[in-house]
Each structure stands twice: as structure tokens, then as C-alpha cells.
Write a protein that binds this ligand. Structure first.
Ligand SMILES: Nc1ncnc2c1ncn2[C@@H]1O[C@H](COP(=O)(O)OP(=O)(O)O)[C@@H](O)[C@H]1O
Ligand SMILES: [Mg+2]
Length: 475
């Protein structure tokens, strides 16, 4: 600091006063100053905006304006350099006001001495350097905070959100104003979360714990959460991170479903083949026998054999269809049209149970290469299950279409019984049913039809709350 010349701007409308102050500067022999005089408010503001000075000294009296006004305007213009105000004797109020606004110091003009000036300048410059370093560091970390793809947050111990980044808005669907009124504990799912929050509050750091959060639209998202309690000026707060793993989980589940389907369809085809050959023999023999029988009463038995052969054969055909849909021709078709057709087929059943249907279609028409007949069957299977899962008079069936990342999605949501974790693993298996009179073929068929469209299915469900089936097709 000793070698470098310090550029000082001295704003004073009285030239004699300027000369007196500059004499004081001349006595500071340890410092190397370059002093510029500026007699008017306007010129001073102009100089401040060019940011060429290291230090400003304003006299309080500046003709029609005053040093406090200049100080405020300089700070409004992001002046980061220290400002010292020269006041008259007994101007305590002005001095206090100047410090409150952000002046580095004040000096009583009539008492100005080289020693006092030196102390004030040294202190002001050092303080400014510290503040600048702090601001720079704050800017750097702020940037990391803002640009993180994970939701970062600071909350109080109750979970009230105090600060967050853009990723928080994207993850939760709430806007900034709404987020500030929300409690994280409510956004995070379930009883378990209350326990987790209690743990964090009592000082246990949380590392990548899997949690579920509910977005503004009521969607569940899976996240890995880390959080810890920090202490700041004696008060305690929680800082944390939520890393969205919904799509990872989703593709894991989708892969599992379709792997299962591939294994079962291989098994089904093999079994069907192995059963059909002997079955044909049984049937042929029964016919032969029947033609050789003379007693009509005895034919009763061959007919039973034949009828049951047909039944087994039909069952096999149905089973084969569920695992490998018929030949399909994919033609560009409106997904909205197919949904509407499926809903109109289901119309009577929907009315019978007094189910409210809410359609939330994307405003543009969404067209995909589809086999209309089989996709309609696939959608109907899902809609029928939803109808069966809902209580009469209370059901709401929500059908949504949307563009989501690279996909076109169809969401079919009900507020029915929901599916237990255990059943969730089996619902796509052929012949799995949770119903007394169910066949368990519906979802297996749906999955294989959707896969033939290069689509994917995901299911989110909560017992007692409802189920959402999401079909995704690459657009
Ligand atoms: N929306 C839903 N809500 C609750 N349970 C469902 C829903 N969709 C499917 N399930 C469960 O999945 C099982 C399999 O469905 P599916 O393959 O269509 O066969 P089925 O309807 O003949 O039982 C159902 O029995 C039911 O237990
Ligand atoms: Mg069904």
C-alpha cells in the first residue's frame, strides 16, 4: 500500500477548504496520494461512475445539495470504494446518518489533523478490502448455489424455507413467492419424514437419504436428501440438498417390468407350443372315438373332452395374445382422438359408478405413429382398472396428455384404492389379479402393446390415495 499511489477524490465546493484539506494530505509522508479536487455535486457523480478513485472524501456542504445526498446516490450506483464524510463541529446527527447509510467514517472538518486523517484512511481502505473479498466470495458461492442442478435450500428448524435456488422451483413446481411460505416438512412425504426431520434438528447429519416429495401438481418425486444444522450468529438453521432421482427410479422400474414380461412371454410361448401338440392329439382322438361310438349316451363323454380341449385352446390363444400382440400397423394418429374413443367406450361404466372425468389435454394436438385399435385396448385396460378401483360417487378419473422432456406422455390417474408395494411388483404379470373375478390379463396385454409402440409404462401408487399410470412415447 505504501508504494502504490492512492487516488483520492475530494468533493468540496469551497476552494479554500480544499486547500486546507490538501495541506493535511501533504503532511502524510508515509503515503503516496494523488488528490483530485471536484467542486460540484454533478461533476462528483460523474467521477464516481467512472470508478477511477480508491477513496472519496465528501464535504457535507455542497451548495444546494449535501454530502449525505451524494453518499446515498454514490451507493445506489454500486460505489464499492470507501467514502469519508467531512462534517461541521457538533453535527452528530449528520455523522450518525452517514455511518448508517454506509460511509466508512466521518471527520470533523475543523479538527482535521494529519494523524487523524491517516488513521481514518487506513481503517477505511482496510475495511473496504475485507468487504470486497467477502463480496467476491459471496458472489462465487452464490453462483454455485444458483446454478446447481440439485435443489439447495436453507430453512429454519421448523422447515420454513428461507432461501433456495432455481432448481427448487423446477423440482417442486412452486414459484419463488410460494416457496417462501412453505414448510419442507409438509412437502416431504409421510410419517417417516417427521422422524427424519427430528433427527436433523437434533444434530444428526443426513446423507443421501431417499425421500419422496409432493410437487405443486401433486406428483411424487423421489429424491436423495442431505441436510445438516448450521450455526450462524448464535441462531441455528438447516441447509440441505435434494437430488432428483425420479427418472432414474422410473427407468429402473420400467426395465424390471419389461424384463419380467420378456421372461414370461418366452415361457408362455414355449408352454403353449408344448401343450398345443398333445392337445391336438387328444382332440383328434376324441373325434375319432366319437365317430366310432354307437351309443349316443357315451358320446356325452367325448363331447366333454372336446369342449374342454377347445377351452384350453382358447385360453392359450388369449395368453399368447397378452404376451405378443397381433401384427400392428403404426400410422400417424392423434393420441387425443384415441383417448376420447377409449373414454366413450368406457362411458357407461363411468356413469354407472358416477365417476367424474377430468381431461387435461396438451393444447396442441399430439400425433404419434400408432396402431389405433390396439392402443385403445391398452388404454381401456388401464381405464377399466381405474374404474374398478374407485368407489361409487367419489371417483375422479384424471386423463392428462403433455410433452415432457423428449417424450409425449399420457397420464391416467384415479383416486381409488391404490396398489400395495407387494402387488406393485406383480401387476404386469399375466394372470396376476387382486380381484375376486379378475383374469389378470389386462395389464400384461397393455404392457406388451405399449412396448410394441416403443413406449414405456410407469406406475405410481399410494394405498388409499390413488394410482397414476404414465405412458411415455418418444416424440
Ligand atoms: N388403478 C388401479 N388401482 C388399483 N389397483 C390396480 C389398478 N390397476 C391395476 N390394479 C391391480 O392390478 C391387478 C392386475 O390388473 P389387470 O392385469 O388389469 O387384471 P385384472 O383387472 O383382471 O385383475 C388388478 O387386479 C389390481 O389389483
Ligand atoms: Mg383389468
Amino acid at each position: 500500500m505504501l508504494d502504490k499511489s492512492i487516488n483520492v477524490l475530494l468533493v468540496d465546493d469551497d476552494e479554500d477548504d480544499f486547500l486546507l484539506t490538501s495541506a493535511c494530505f501533504n503532511d502524510l509522508d508515509k503515503w503516496n496520494f494523488s488528490l483530485t479536487w471536484c467542486p460540484t455535486y454533478r461533476e462528483a457523480m460523474h467521477n464516481i461512475k467512472t470508478c477511477k478513485h480508491d477513496l472519496y472524501i465528501f464535504d457535507f456542504l455542497l451548495g444546494e445539495r449535501n454530502g449525505i445526498e451524494l453518499l446515498s446516490e454514490a451507493l445506489e450506483n454500486q460505489c464499492e470504494e470507501p467514502i469519508i464524510l467531512l462534517t461541521g463541529k457538533g453535527d452528530e446527527k449528520v455523522a450518525v446518518e452517514a455511518l448508517r447509510l454506509g460511509a466508512a467514517d466521518y471527520l470533523v472538518k475543523s479538527e482535521l489533523e494529519p494523524q487523524i486523517l491517516e488513521r481514518s484512511i487506513r481503517y477505511a481502505l482496510e475495511r473496504t478490502n475485507v468487504l470486497k473479498a467477502l463480496r467476491q466470495s459471496e458472489r462465487r458461492y452464490r453462483r454455485i448455489f444458483e446454478e446447481s442442478k440439485d435443489m439447495l435450500f436453507i430453512s429454519d428448524l421448523k422447515g420454513q424455507v428461507l432461501d433456495f435456488n432455481l432448481a427448487a422451483v423446477q423440482l417442486t413446481g412452486y414459484d419463488s413467492a410460494e416457496l417462501l411460505t412453505l414448510s419442507l416438512v409438509e412437502m416431504l412425504d409421510g410419517q417417516e419424514m417427521k422422524g427424519i426431520w427430528q433427527e436433523i434438528k437434533t444434530g444428526t447429519d443426513l446423507h443421501d437419504r431417499e425421500v419422496k416429495i409432493t410437487t405443486k401438481e401433486g406428483e411424487k418425486k423421489y429424491c436423495l436428501m442431505s441436510a445438516s444444522v448450521e450455526v450462524d450468529f448464535e441462531s441455528r438453521y438447516i441447509q440441505g440438498r435434494l437430488h432428483d432421482i425420479t427418472s432414474r427410479k422410473q427407468s429402473e422400474r420400467e426395465r424390471l417390468f419389461s424384463e419380467k414380461l420378456a421372461v414370461t412371454s418366452r415361457l408362455i410361448r414355449m408352454l403353449a407350443h408344448e401343450v398345443r401338440n398333445p392337445l391336438t392329439n387328444v382332440n383328434l382322438s376324441a373325434e375319432q372315438l366319437e365317430s366310432e361310438l354307437e351309443d349316443e349316451d357315451q358320446k356325452f363323454y367325448t363331447q366333454i373332452i372336446k369342449r374342454n380341449c377347445t377351452r384350453i385352446n382358447d385360453l392359450i390363444t388369449q395368453l399368447l395374445q397378452s404376451s405378443r400382440p397381433n401384427e400392428m400397423t403404426l400410422l400417424p394418429t392423434s393420441i387425443h382422438q384415441i383417448l376420447d374413443e377409449a373414454l366413450s367406450v368406457a362411458h357407461d361404466r363411468l356413469q354407472l359408478k358416477k365417476i367424474e372425468v377430468s381431461k387435461q389435454y396438451e393444447s396442441e394436438d399430439l400425433t404419434l405413429p400408432l396402431d389405433a385399435t390396439s392402443l385403445q385396448i391398452a388404454l381401456l385396460n388401464i381405464i377399466n382398472n381405474a374404474i374398478e378401483a374407485m368407489e361409487e360417487n367419489k371417483g375422479i378419473l384424471r386423463v392428462t396428455t403433455r410433452r415432457y422432456e423428449q417424450d409425449i406422455q399420457v397420464l391416467i390417474a384415479d383416486n381409488g384404492s391404490g396398489i400395495s408395494e407387494e402387488n406393485m411388483r406383480k401387476i404386469f404379470e399375466p394372470y396376476f389379479t387382486g380381484k375376486k373375478a379378475g383374469m389378470g390379463i389386462g395389464l400384461a396385454t397393455t404392457l406388451s402393446i405399449v412396448e410394441s409402440h416403443q413406449g414405456r409404462i410407469d406406475v405410481q401408487s399410494e394405498e388409499g390415495v390413488g394410482t397414476v399410470f404414465t405412458l411415455s412415447f418418444s416424440a
